[in-house]
Design a protein around this ligand. Structure first.
Ligand code: SF4
Length: 308
């Protein structure tokens, strides 16, 4: 068994279910793993009957058919999951059990994290005041091969730069760009790349269209610095390991910085106060859902950054 590593805030997460304003059971088509699918097919009674009409095999993978309002057929009006209410959490399919967690696999360790597309995870991440550090969830010793060790040591160096609270956040961004030998594209160039990506919610394109910005923001207000640091650390922790597979290391560093700056830019342009924390959390959630949760979007952005 591989060692399980997570950010220090990870154990504090719990789904807020019926209090969630952007429930993940709305708008996402959830694939059901083969074991759970078999269990669902064997259900009898009223729930078994409902299951027959609620599941679809269209496209080859079993999934829940969303209703006209894009809701999971088992999401009750009160925001609770009827599968959990009737059968307990153990009856959920793997994706529902796991969301909003993500995992990055190494030769002798798994890094787990909370995805920013979940509003409660976004709130937890962006309101941390402690510098993010990694913890072991199972006290097992991590093992890495040489290539992984080099990448993770480089990531630690970038973590240290991003968490250097003795200098302003925009200086830390500049230092990371220098360390990655990057010249970041202008806001208009990056926004034009984002506009080419596929959409879950078309209103995000309208948001992008409304952004008028010549230069990336500088954070004069101290309130912005902590969430910006946490955001950049989140993207770095989540996305840098992909370079082991695709070799897009510098592009991934650029993506980390550009994602952080874009979320700040969108928030600042829509804000009606100096530091709109709730708006920042919501913008981060939307950006995450629209951009980083689509493999196709991420690939397209990384390729575009390589050409620019
Ligand atoms: S988005 Fe997060 S908080 Fe909301 S229902 Fe899903 S897991 Fe729970």
């Amino acid at each position: 068994m591989k060692a399980l590593i997570a950010p220090c805030y990870y154990p504090a997460f719990s789904c807020i279910a019926d209090r969630c304003k952007n429930n993940c059971c709305i708008g996402w088509e959830i694939d059901i793993d083969p074991k759970t699918y078999k269990n669902y097919q064997m259900l009898s009674g009223a729930l078994g009957k409902r299951m027959e009409t609620a599941l679809s095999l269209e496209g080859g993978t079993p999934h829940f058919k969303l209703d006209a309002k894009e809701r999971c057929p088992f999401l009750a009006e009160n925001g609770l999951c009827e599968i959990i209410s009737e059968l307990g959490e153990g009856a959920l399919c793997n994706i529902c059990k796991d969301h909003p967690r993500f995992r990055n696999h190494y030769s002798g360790a798994i890094e787990i994290g909370l995805g920013l597309c979940c509003e409660e995870a976004a709130r937890l991440i962006l309101t941390q005041t402690e510098k993010m550090h990694l913890i072991s969830l199972d006290s097992k010793e991590e093992q890495y091969n040489e290539e992984e060790r080099i990448l993770l040591s480089f990531r630690n160096e970038l973590f240290e730069i991003l968490q250097n609270r003795c200098i302003p956040f925009h200086s830390r961004i500049n230092q990371i760009a220098d360390r990655g030998r990057l010249i970041l594209p202008s806001p208009s160039r990056y926004l034009s790349i984002l506009k080419e990506t596929e959409r879950m919610d078309p209103s995000f394109n309208r948001t992008l269209d409304q952004i008028i910005c010549e230069k990336w923001p500088i954070f004069h207000a101290k309130d912005w610095e902590l969430p910006m640091e946490q955001l950049a650390i989140y993207f770095l922790y989540r996305h840098i390991s992909g370079a082991l597979e695709d070799g897009f290391l510098r592009e991934r560093i650029a993506f980390v910085l550009l994602s952080t700056l874009t979320i700040a830019t969108i928030t600042m342009q829509q804000a009606d106060c100096d530091f709109p924390l709730e708006l920042l959390i919501d913008t981060a959630r939307i950006y995450s859902s629209e951009i980083e949760y689509s493999d196709r979007n991420l690939e397209m952005i990384l390729s575009s950054l390589r050409l620019s």
